[in-house]
Ligand binder design. Structure first.
Ligand code: COA
Length: 416
């Protein structure tokens, strides 16, 4: 079956998570992604947090499926020559090195554009070009702090908190993938490549837009009515941490279910959607709340919202999180169990949809990984194992016209 990105050749000069997440997505959709790695060591994540000695770590395998691996020392003249050949016939080069690394290697945007004016050059950096921090190296949690996520996540009486979701890394990779696809469409019209740059700070901030909304509301009116601090607590001049409050107009909270004393995830998220108040009262066996002026409107409920949550918790006390959701769904109440990684890994629906897949690997045996979260009517992205270090070096070099003797010589020079 042909895939939408069949025929698009991508030089994957990425490492760790932000860049590899982007190129993995494009590989799922059919692009020919050639990961260029330093001979002998490769992407640092091959070795990070290994669970099986001598086999690539899950950190690597889960971000590099469907790719080829070419080892190449791009600081050696012979390695640069190979890279130049590859550049001349590729559609996209993706990189997420530290600031200036590509320039120091001799592959500035100007040089790349000269070598292949049709090629798209896509970069992830911690901060955008010209930003006063644009010389900084950045990892996930640094980006979450710089992009506004940390100052607005957590509880008001605790420190700024990092989310487990990779808002700085994989999220930035997803933004970059959108940029690359846009530039490819643009190239169809103009015939020209261009530089696509995404910063981790900008990508985190893009997902924190409702907090930027809240900053402006706070400055105008002095309070935020959907935050737990309202109406009894104090507001300062910056958006506070709101614990588990809902970010939109619907109050919600994480509520205890049966077994919470021993199971740290026996909780559901319960949302009090304005127009669902009547079904909520019926589900909870509190029909008297429907017309009670102290409960009837969202405004009336807010001053005692935690008392309402306590009543709901009393209702939940003899129900597991799954039983509770099964009842509440019949009343059309937006809610979900708090699911653990173990529950998600074994979820039959996620296996059936291809969101979680089991992939055979030459050294590891099979491993679980994420499949495409994007579903298409005409394509089912198939996930194949990540490559071993240098697994496709000979194949890629032969494709570039190198003979067996040339490849032998490159190996002798430790250029591949
Ligand atoms: N052959 C030879 N040299 C290679 C190579 C290859 N195939 N691949 C990489 N290198 C060299 C680079 O040229 C660079 O050398 P230089 O610093 O002497 O110029 C070096 O390896 C890589 O440097 P860098 O990317 O800065 O690695 P690091 O481990 O010091 O920093 C990060 C890691 C992630 C902090 C940094 O890459 C970064 O800030 N990236 C941008 C933001 C980002 O993507 N963050 C991580 C998200 S998961």
């Amino acid at each position: 079956m042909t895939k939408p990105l069949d025929g698009i050749k991508i030089i994957d000069f990425t490492h760790v998570q932000a860049g590899p997440a982007c190129t993995q997505l494009l590989a799922w959709f059919g692009a020919d992604v050639i990961k260029v790695e330093r001979p002998g060591s490769g992407d640092v994540t091959r070795n990070q947090l290994r669970d099986i000695p001598d086999a690539d770590a899950l950190y690597f395998t889960m971000l590099n499926s469907n790719k080829k691996s070419l080892t190449l020392d791009t600081k050696k003249p012979e390695g640069k020559e190979v890279l130049e050949k590859l550049i001349r016939e590729s559609d996209v080069l993706v990189e997420n090195f530290g600031p200036g690394a590509l320039d120091r290697m001799g592959f500035s945007w100007e040089r790349l554009n000269e070598l292949n004016p049709k090629m798209i050059v896509a970069s992830v950096k911690g901060f955008s070009d010209g930003h006063h921090y644009d010389d900084l190296k950045v990892y996930e949690n640094v980006a979450q702090c710089a992009g506004g996520a940390a100052s607005t996540t957590g509880f008001w009486d605790g420190p700024p908190t990092i989310s487990a979701a990779a808002l700085g890394d994989s999220n930035t990779g997803m933004h970059l993938a959108i940029g690359i696809l846009t530039a490819l469409l643009g190239r169809d019209k103009t015939g020209k490549g261009q530089k696509v740059a995404v910063s981790m700070q900008d990508s985190v901030l893009n997902l924190c837009r409702v907090k930027l909304r809240d900053q402006q509301r706070l400055e105008r009116v002095g309070y935020l009515e959907e935050y737990p601090q309202y109406p009894h607590g104090e507001f300062g001049d910056v958006v506070p941490r709101g614990g588990n409050a809902g970010g939109g107009g619907q109050p919600g909270w994480v509520l205890k279910c049966k077994g919470w004393e021993t199971d740290s995830n026996a909780y559901i998220y319960f949302t009090i959607q304005g127009h669902a108040w009547e079904p909520i009262c019926k589900a909870l066996g509190k029909p008297e709340w429907i017309e009670d002026p102290a409960y009837k409107t969202a405004e009336a409920r807010q001053p005692h919202i935690f008392e309402i949550f306590k009543t709901i918790e009393a209702w939940l006390a003899d129900k597991t999180k799954f039983e509770a959701v099964d009842i509440l769904r019949k009343f059309d109440i937006p809610c979900a169990p708090v699911l653990t990684m173990k529950e998600l890994a074994n979820d039959p629906s996620l296996r059936a949809s291809g969101t979680i897949v089991e992939v055979p690997h030459k050294k590891r045996g099979s491993y679980l990984t994420v499949g495409s979260p994007i579903k298409f009517s005409d394509m089912k992205p198939e996930v194949t194992a990540s490559p071993l270090l240098g697994e496709h070096t000979d194949e890629v070099l032969a494709g570039l016209g190198y003979s067996k003797q040339d490849i032998f010589n490159l190996r002798e020079m430790k250029a591949v």
